[in-house]
Each structure stands twice: as C-alpha cells, then as structure tokens.
Ligand binder design. Sequence first.
Ligand code: NAD
Ligand code: UDP
Length: 321
Amino acid sequence: MNKRYSLRKRILVTGGAGFIGAHLCRRLVEEDNDVLCVDNFYTGTRENVADLLARPNFELLRHDVTFPLFVEVDEIYNLACPASPVHYQNNPVQTTKTSVHGAINMLGLAKRVRAKILQASTSEVYGDPTTHPQTEEYWGNVNPIGPRACYDEGKRCAETLFFDYYRQHRLRIKVARIFNTYGPYMHPNDGRVVSNFVMQALRGAPITLYGDGSQTRSFCYVSDLVEGLVRLMNSADEVTGPINLGNPNEMTVREMAEVIVRQCGSRSPITFAPLPADDPKQRQPDITKAQQLLGWRPAVALADGLAPTIEYFRSFLPSGT
Ligand code: NAD
Ligand code: UDP
C-alpha cells in the first residue's frame, strides 16, 4: 500500500540518469519515496531511467547543476559529475564547474529548504596515494595541474564546501568517498576499464591494457555501493563522513582483464597501450569506518557482479553475436 503523498520523503538525485544514479533512483522509488531526478544528460541517458518514467513517484528534469535550482525536497544526493576519465577530461572546465558550482548550488538549496545533503565524492581525492590501503585520514597526493585535476580538485573543493557549510550553517551533510564501482547501466563507450574490457572481450577485440597492467584497483558492485549510500544518508546526524565506500578486494588491472576474458568465454588477446598521465598506481579502500558507523560491507563477489554486467553489455551487440 502506497504511503500518503504527504508522508513520502521528497528526494532529489542529481546525476540521477547516470550509471550509479539510475540504480539509486530505482531503489528510492521502490522504497516509495517521491524522487526527483535531475540530469543534463552529458553522460547519462533517459533510457537509463526509462522504466521509472511511468511511476507516479518519479520525475525527470533536464537541468545543469552549474545553474541554481529551487525545489522543495527533504534529501539531496549530489551525484552529478562525469566519472570516466575520458569524459571528465573531454571538457575539463565544465567538469570543475560541475563539481564546484554544482556543490555551491546544491548546498545553497539544502540550506534554503533545510534538506540533508550527500556528496558523491571519490577515491580520486587521494590522487596517486602514498599510503596503502587508503583511510579517510589520508590527505592525498594530487597533481593540481595535471589532466585529472579538473575531477580530483573539483571533488576536493566540493568536500571543502560541504564541511564549510556544515561548520558555518550547521547543514546536515554526508560525504561518501566512492571507489571504483561497476555494473549494468555503465555507458558502453565511457572508456572506463570494466566497460572497455567487457565490450572488447564480447567482440573478440584486443583488450587494451594501459601500462603493464600492474596498477591496482578494487571493484565494488553497484548494488553494494547504493546500499552504502542509502545507509550513509539515513545515519545519525553526527555521521558526516568522509566515509570510504568500496570493495577492499584489490587486484591488478591485468588480473581484471584475465577474469573478464575468461568470464565472457572470449579469446581476445591482450594489447598494451601507454599508461595515461597521473594514473594512480594502487588503490584499495580501508572500510573500517563504514563497517563501524554504517554496519556496511560489500556482499557481492566479483564473478556474481560481472555476470549481470556482461549480460547488460551483450545487449549492445548486434543480435546473434
Ligand atoms: P556517470 O557519468 O554515469 O553519471 C554522472 C551523471 O551526472 C550523468 O547522468 C551525467 O549526465 C550527469 N551530469 C554531469 N554533469 C552534470 C551537470 N552539470 N548537471 C547535471 N547533471 C550532470 O557516472 P557515475 O559512475 O554514475 O558516477 C556518479 C557519481 O559518483 C559522480 O559524482 C562520480 O564522481 C561519483 N563516483 C563514481 C565512481 C564510479 O566508479 N562509478 C567512483 C567514484 C566516484
Ligand atoms: N585501464 C586500462 N585499459 C582500459 C581502460 C582503463 O588498462 O581500456 C586502466 C586505467 O589506466 C586505470 C584502471 O584501468 O589504471 C582503471 O581505469 P578507469 O578509467 O576505469 O578508472 P580510474 O580508476 O583510473 O579512475
């Protein structure tokens, strides 16, 4: 039985038509909240939320968060920002504006309507880390003038703004530092490692390993991540974060290539390409805080997360492939 309209929580999700946003919107709609998805469709699509459009408690608005927005909401999940290095480096000035002006606009909105606000920050605030695994106390090692800086420094500045609004205006804030996440609804051409490798493996094309593939990442399935975000939003007001959300299961990118080729039943060979500038050499979240404060840890094993991901990407291939 649906809650009365007035009893529903009104939740704004910026970047809600993107990969993580689409999963989050689906979860919040299923829980009978009144969800407003705001997106400028830079990397997200209407198709990602097409199944929600007919739902009475879901609304989709085309809007760029670098411009102010005035809506009455109780909670804001601020996810708007391209996450793939290829996309965020394509228009770096817009990337910084999205993080910084977007944060100012959403924090201003939260202040005006007294909403609780969660920021989708990133492990990239640690840059190319000199400590391992990364805890929230680590201040990071970011090149402020490199090609990744538009994203890394934009997200760092957004964190600064969140904590200044918290201290100065007593806003209820939540900052999640998200580590590499994968799953269905990732854009098949977005250039990230999981989408690239799966599409290449399914097509029988060479797997493009950047550098020698010894750099490490830790991959979290999207349903686990969404559970962490929702728990963080619903946590006590004192829990501001920053809190790492990711799967500590660290592996080299080369191992990831081999796992994906095997699980796709592919015979793709590996081909080597230059390592992009400032590509972090190792990344693994310390999730002690998330475990203690949110009772959260990832539950989905890599093979179980890759199975639906591979099926999703298969749907982009010509039928019969
Ligand atoms: P995504 O690119 O699939 O989604 C981002 C969404 O934001 C897209 O729908 C895009 O169109 C929208 N967007 C971009 N600029 C906008 C603007 N100016 N105004 C309104 N909408 C805008 O990326 P994702 O993987 O879903 O990432 C979501 C959030 O999580 C991002 O903030 C990202 O930085 C963060 N994050 C993701 C990962 C990951 O591994 N996926 C890791 C760390 C942090
Ligand atoms: N990578 C790769 N081949 C690809 C795409 C990415 O070897 O086709 C590597 C990339 O250099 C990085 C890792 O995979 O070391 C993860 O890249 P991604 O762009 O997914 O995210 P990042 O963690 O770097 O933001």
